[in-house]
Design a protein around this ligand. Structure first.
Ligand SMILES: *[C@@H]1O[C@H](CO)[C@@H](O)[C@H](O)[C@H]1NC(C)=O
Ligand SMILES: *[C@@H]1O[C@H](CO)[C@@H](O)[C@H](O)[C@H]1NC(C)=O
Ligand SMILES: *[C@@H]1O[C@H](CO)[C@@H](O)[C@H](O)[C@H]1NC(C)=O
Ligand SMILES: *[C@@H]1O[C@H](CO)[C@@H](O)[C@H](O)[C@H]1NC(C)=O
Ligand SMILES: *[C@@H]1O[C@H](CO)[C@@H](O)[C@H](O)[C@H]1NC(C)=O
Ligand SMILES: *[C@@H]1O[C@H](CO)[C@@H](O)[C@H](O)[C@H]1NC(C)=O
Ligand SMILES: *[C@@H]1O[C@H](CO)[C@@H](O)[C@H](O)[C@H]1NC(C)=O
Length: 595
């Protein structure tokens, strides 16, 4: 992981020089594919072009600019108009690159704009490169629809002196003309832009892209060759394949009802091997009264998970939201808080050392800053280091909402997430810390913006840390099941995502938002989506007949399998266990059958 971080940094340096060549020679180099190329890994359709650092010159417009007119400003500012106040014009860099500039701005939305027609049901990927004439500031793309509504589509921290890539998008839930414009809260800066792109995709295209990605990042081709002992092909053998363990952690939140409700226990154990306790490890649960710690419930749940081979993400050591402190903590002086927090982190992390695969260390520290306000700017950083010192093996997560689910929330945007990671990991002590990016994934009403979700995963994925969707849910609504499936597929198909936990469950355990089973433990339509995905991602079980050459070709999701081969003419059946791991080449398995 740290190796990736370093390599990535070095590549940034090299690829900076590549840019001009790339744009001038009409090549499409991306930092990531370049990285994969030189490290000897296949760069096969790895088409993310997100870069986390800025570049001397921008890359070419993605998808040739899509439906944007004059996307690379080869024709002066044709197709672009001023939005609000200001003056727009074309500039040319020393290297001959042409781009657009807006100056004399007086309002945050003063910029250049272009009108497009959005079509209901299409998913639009947006990207563009930005630079400022001075300083640095967040620049956002805004879609102005129907005369007045402003919808944010993505954010980037643009700087002076180099170009930064903004990736985002919008899902059109109705057909409407829209104006694309740009926002920077500092009206005294000039915004420069280049290589603007807006590319629509149908839902079918999107789904097929997900399926292709799943094939590439989660599956491997396996060929079974069934023969007689003398190695001549045995036609007509039957192969039964049953997954015994999936390599991909697809889990579900759990709460204290698991201790008392047998049906909930059965429901959970038959489906999931990964979990997060929704509230039971939180400080407000384990120390309601100062000095009186009570871990009875969390301990009981942990015992249950151990007995059933379920891995647990710890949630959470601290929560940066004032509202969710234990009552008595809210009124502590800074010195008292420092002391109480020190006790808390030592107590809970030491207690569960070795039992948890991960900890959410400072929950929601992009939106909130209770600890920073009281203890100083480096509060998060110091608790990440402390938790690592107490339990070096568990992965330390940031855990935030809205980063991929809501493009209107700048505070939690992928760009700000990256900034916070850099602060937390700035010290040398952090280099050995296993770190990961937690994205809660609580989706509200309406169509999920899959373009924004994917571009956020692309951007954060390029940092090089594992990403988990930690609390995936969708608010109740008529299309809940469909939207939940789209979100889960988007997560599973993204190569940077290494685990998904849903905050969902049965009504008897009090889950009322993303309900998977009703009060009588009947599977809901959303629950059916989850069960279908468990089946699909578990490949089976499947029964397949070998062809005339005795061959069965199949693509299996990474995991462990029990395989049984039988043949009608032989009484003999053969059992074997196989492990299907990441790899590009086909796995060949020769099965010799006795007569
Ligand atoms: C667009 O605006 C008009 C009038 O302001 C309104 O009647 C209509 O419902 C709006 N359409 C959408 C899709 O929001
Ligand atoms: C191989 O063994 C099978 C079954 O015993 C037999 O039918 C077949 O003729 C053998 N093939 C050769 C090439 O010996
Ligand atoms: C600790 O919590 C458990 C479960 O809520 C409760 O039964 C028990 O009485 C508590 N212990 C103390 C000492 O309060
Ligand atoms: C955080 O800041 C405080 C006071 O400025 C300092 O004493 C402490 O060492 C810092 N902690 C870390 C981890 O940098
Ligand atoms: C349509 O999109 C707009 C803007 O993203 C959103 O406010 C609204 O809730 C959406 N409506 C539906 C039905 O998805
Ligand atoms: C859903 O559950 C939460 C927490 O258990 C509760 O606060 C909320 O009121 C419930 N909502 C409904 C609509 O029942
Ligand atoms: C395959 O693995 C299962 C456990 O999943 C075990 O019970 C069985 O004995 C193994 N079979 C072989 C042939 O290794």
């Amino acid at each position: 992981m740290h190796c990736i971080r370093e390599v990535l940094y070095n590549i940034m340096m090299i690829s900076d020089k590549m840019k001009v060549a790339a744009k001038c020679c009409n090549l499409f180099f991306t930092t990531t594919s370049f990285l994969l190329l030189i490290s000897g890994v296949h760069s096969l359709d790895y088409d993310y072009s997100a870069t986390i650092e800025c570049m001397k010159e921008p890359q070419r417009a993605q998808y040739g600019g899509g439906i944007i007119v004059n996307s690379e400003f080869e024709h002066n500012i044709e197709g672009w108009t001023v939005f609000g106040n200001g003056k727009i014009e074309e500039h040319i860099s020393n290297d001959g690159n042409r781009f657009i500039v807006v100056r004399n701005r007086t309002q945050t939305l003063d910029s250049f704009s272009q009108k497009v027609q959005l079509k209901k049901g299409l998913i639009y990927m947006f990207s563009a490169w930005f630079q400022l004439n001075e300083g640095s500031d967040m620049v956002s793309v805004v879609f102005k629809t129907n005369g007045s509504e402003l919808i944010h589509g993505g954010h980037v921290i643009a700087k002076h002196g180099c170009w930064s890539l903004l990736k985002g998008g919008i899902v059109a839930n109705f057909s409407t003309p829209a104006e694309i414009l740009f926002e920077s809260n500092n009206p005294s800066v000039e915004i420069w832009a280049d290589s603007v792109s807006l590319q629509p995709f149908t839902k079918e295209e999107w789904r097929s892209h997900q399926d292709n990605n799943i094939e590439r990042v989660r599956k491997r081709k396996v060929r079974f060759h069934v023969t007689h002992v003398n190695e001549t092909a045995l036609e007509g053998a039957t192969i039964i394949i049953k997954q015994t363990k999936s390599d991909f952690p697809f889990g579900c939140g759990m709460n204290h009802y698991i201790l008392t409700n047998n049906d909930y226990q059965k429901w959970f154990v038959s489906r999931f091997k990964y979990t997060t306790f929704t509230n039971e490890m939180k400080w407000y649960s384990t120390e309601k009264i100062q000095g009186q710690e009570n871990y009875t419930i969390a301990d009981g749940m942990l015992l249950f998970t151990k007995q059933n081979g379920i891995s647990v993400r710890g949630h959470n050591i601290f929560w940066d939201d004032t509202k969710y402190q234990p009552e008595w903590v809210k009124s502590l002086s800074p010195d008292e808080l420092r002391e109480a927090a020190e006790k808390r982190i030592k107590s809970v992390v030491s207690r569960y050392k070795g039992d948890l695969i991960a900890w959410d260390v400072m929950n929601e520290n992009l939106h909130f800053h209770f600890y920073e306000d009281k203890l100083g700017k480096n509060a998060s950083e110091s608790y990440y280091l402390k938790s690592h010192e107490l339990d070096p093996k568990s992965t330390k997560f940031m855990n935030e909402y809205n980063t991929i689910e809501y493009s209107g929330d700048k505070d939690a945007s992928p760009a700000n997430y990256y900034k916070k990671i850099s602060e937390i990991l700035q010290s040398g002590e952090a280099t050995e810390m296993p770190f990961a990016i937690g994205l809660q994934g609580h989706f509200a009403s309406g169509q999920p913006n899959l373009a924004y979700m994917r571009s956020g995963l692309d951007f954060l994925g390029d940092i090089g840390f594992p990403i988990w969707l930690t609390e995936t849910s969708v608010d109740p609504q008529p299309e809940q099941a469909k939207y939940f499936e789209e979100i889960l597929r988007e997560g599973y198909s993204h190569s940077a995502v290494e685990g998904i936990i849903m905050f969902a469950g049965p009504a008897q355990a009090g889950f009322n938002s993303t309900l998977l089973a009703d009060a009588n433990f009947q599977t809901t339509s959303t629950g059916q989506v989850v069960d279908n995905l468990i089946y699909e991602w578990g490949t089976g079980p499947k029964t397949i007949l070998a062809d005339s050459r005795g061959i069965v070709d199949i693509s299996l999701h990474h995991g462990d399998y029990d395989v049984t081969v039988t043949h009608p003419l032989t009484q003999y059946s053969k059992k074997l266990n196989i492990s299907v791991r990441k790899g590009f080449s086909q796995e060949n398995i020769h099965v010799k059958m006795h007569a």
